[in-house]
Design a binder for this molecule. Structure first.
Ligand code: ZN
Length: 460
């Protein structure tokens, strides 16, 4: 039976009421429930609210980095004086977007991070002014099926876009570049500094075949997983020359990095407090998106330098005398970047690894076998290891195979106990916590309970 759509005001009132009730009942901040109620009562509500935003909608999507990149673009928009409506991490399906639109009156511009699988639906609902396609890594295959399927759905969505929509895309990702290639209005970005890459793929799992002729791609340089300077020896298809290219990437361990970029609007230099190559990509993506929106190049460096990491994506918290760094690790590409970044730091490494297998994490945890945990054992850098989470024993087994002494490892039942064990082991030093997504939420709850961090839904 088709339920008739409720009038707009009535549907919005009911949805706001549901959000208010959810907050009162202590069920969280209501970042998705109002949107869920609204889109059930009035399916066209998201499209209507999106059309009412005068500066249009910007969508950002990719397996890794969309939350951080959205925050960086947000920083530039805020600095320009625009009133921005945005969704929070974990609310990146249509219901989260609808909740955000419902919660803000009179926004000038809307900026949404979109779940990779939800992107095609959000494109047709919001008719965006710009779409940023960041990357597609192997992630949560049990949830999405084949990566190939996702690429096809993105391709169809981009082919159906209004030609006036700007597609910002990562030229270093062969699948993303191919999806964007046919669109008439694009801004591409990539890393041009050959000194920061490797000359070969790290894993068989990262190998990519040419999407046109099927031949294995050749790489002059690999940056992360299958990203880099690629070309096809079979048919000549090659990475497009990026419009916004990082000509110099200087990584300074956990302290951050400096970037120099060539852009159509002239050179831009950035000093970032975010560590690692993955954040270099996030900053370059944010710069390309900001330029595509017509924001002033000279404002971009200043705005981005001020921006702190999104919580859990390389945040540092002082607890007692220890410095705790949280690095979200939910797939091989992200976890390997975290490990490379940690290894840039000197001294012994104290590590807490939290592995959950809930829906939002992906229920297949076999990805941990594609992570180079072995690198942590070189020169006995790994001084202590605590594991917890639903699949703590899988993680313990993984480290055992990596060669870590099982007697030196602590397997504990809760996130709270893991934090305490890690703090006890590191003394007044550095502790690194690598949680999956739902484990990160648990960690935030533990920290909030100790008065140490804001609850997740308060985090804008
Ligand atoms: Zn080819």
């Amino acid at each position: 039976m088709r339920v008739p759509s409720l009038p707009r005001g009535l549907a919005a009132g009911a949805a706001r009421g549901a959000g208010w009730l959810s907050l009162r009942l202590g069920r969280g901040g209501g970042t998705t429930l109002p949107g869920l109620v609204l889109t059930r009562l009035r399916p066209e509500a998201t499209a209507e609210m999106a059309r009412a935003v005068p500066g249009g909608v910007i969508l950002l999507s990719g397996t890794n980095g969309k939350t951080t990149t959205a925050r960086l673009v947000r920083a530039v928009l805020d600095a320009s004086g625009a009133k921005v409506v945005a969704n929070t991490a974990g609310s990146n399906l249509e219901r989260g977007v609808a909740s955000a639109l419902l919660g803000v009156d009179g926004a000038d511009v809307a900026l949404f991070e979109a779940d990779e699988a939800a992107l095609p639906g959000l494109i047709s609902q919001t008719r965006p002014r710009a779409v940023a396609l960041m990357n597609l890594f192997r992630d949560q295959l049990d949830r999405y099926g084949e990566l190939e399927n996702l690429v096809e759905r993105w391709r169809e969505a981009i082919a159906a876009l209004d030609p006036a929509t700007t597609v910002v895309y990562n030229a270093d990702d062969p699948a993303v570049a191919e999806v964007a290639a046919g669109h008439p209005n694009t801004v591409s970005y990539g890393i041009e500094d050959l000194r920061v890459g490797r000359d070969r793929l790290a894993h068989a799992a990262d190998a990519t075949d040419c999407r046109r002729c099927g031949a294995p791609l050749h790489y002059d340089m690999v940056t992360i997983a299958h990203l880099g300077r690629w070309s096809c020896p079979g048919c000549g298809l090659a990475r497009p020359q990026p419009d916004v290219g990082a000509t110099r990437v200087e990584l300074h361990g956990m302290d951050g990095q400096r970037l120099a970029m060539a852009t159509p609007q002239g050179p831009i230099e950035l000093s970032l407090r975010l560590p690692g190559m993955h954040n270099a990509y996030n900053a370059i993506a944010a710069t390309a998106a900001a330029l595509a929106l017509g924001l002033a190049p000279e404002s971009i460096g200043t705005a981005l330098a001020r921006r702190q990491a999104a919580f859990g994506r390389s945040e540092r918290t002082n607890i007692g005398g220890a410095r705790v760094t949280t690095l979200l690790a939910k797939n091989p590409a992200g976890a390997n970047e975290n490990i490379r970044t940690m290894l840039l730091e000197g001294g012994p490494l104290h590590l807490v690894v939290l592995l959950n297998d809930r829906t939002a994490d992906g229920q297949d945890v076999s990805w941990i076998w594609d992570v180079d945990y072995e690198l942590l054992l070189h020169r006995d850098r790994l001084a202590s290891l605590t594991v917890a989470g639903d699949r703590a024993h899988d993680m313990a087994l993984r480290f055992r195979y990596a060669g870590f002494d099982p007697d030196a490892m602590s397997v504990v039942p809760t996130v709270s106990a893991a934090l305490d064990a890690g703090l006890a082991a590191c003394g007044a030093g550095d502790l690194y916590v690598l949680p999956t997504y739902t484990a990160l939420l648990e960690l935030q709850a533990v920290l909030a309970g100790r008065g140490l961090a804001p609850a997740f839904w308060e985090d804008q």
